[in-house]
Ligand binder design. Sequence first.
Ligand code: ATP
Length: 236
Amino acid sequence: MLEISGLSIRYPGTPDIVRDLNLSLAEHTTFALIGANGAGKSTTLKALAGLLRPSAGRVLLEGRDITRMSAHRRVRAGLVLVPEGRAVLSRMSVRENLLLAGTDQNGILDRFPILTERWNAAAGSLSGGEQQMLAIARGLLLRPKVLLLDEPSLGLSPLMAGQVFDLIKDIRADGTTVLLVEQNARRALAVADRAAVLELGAVTCTGTGAELLDDQAVAAAYLGGRAEADPQPVSA
Ligand SMILES: Nc1ncnc2c1ncn2[C@@H]1O[C@H](COP(=O)(O)OP(=O)(O)OP(=O)(O)O)[C@@H](O)[C@H]1O
């Protein structure tokens, strides 16, 4: 569905922040990109959304070269970014925020009872988790083939974050391919079919979500030190 090869990305006046990135996202799967602050995860998503022009490499969406396509044409081609920080229009109502994305809401809003309950409330009055749901719903109304999610659980309570990860599972089950960037590595790997670790702009490890959850080096760096496969301590 999405093929990224040899992608290098820089900002004006910086060296390459992301170097020679190669990722392949199969249709109807979730891919998690994890890594420390500043590793280049958001930069990667911005480049995929067409907000930054890569210095090298190419991006294919369903076999079509979109490397030089403008951001708005990428949305029409099916590549949609839900940016970090949600970017909802806070003085507009939930309904108005969604109308901006599309009028055909069939089948999408059923997944978001939390939003239909707050239909006429100003988006800025919603909780962080509700705003994240609104941002994701808005992205889905654009009918993406590939949804790029930048830190959807950032700043949310564990309960709300759990709901966001459940939603990500549902989105994948509905047939949308998801590229998920997350600080919450454990939860991201748990919902991911495949995953990669980005360190200082380069991929250092790839595998299935389960493989990375079991990897001792990944656990030490990103999962608070303990791999999922470790035996649980037996209490006396
Ligand atoms: N507009 C910019 N101009 C120059 N450098 C930038 C710009 N935005 C980000 N960077 C740099 O690019 C590097 C990667 O940042 P990026 O936001 O992609 O990291 P990240 O992995 O998403 O981390 P975080 O979780 O903190 O967002 C950092 O060193 C950052 O300082």
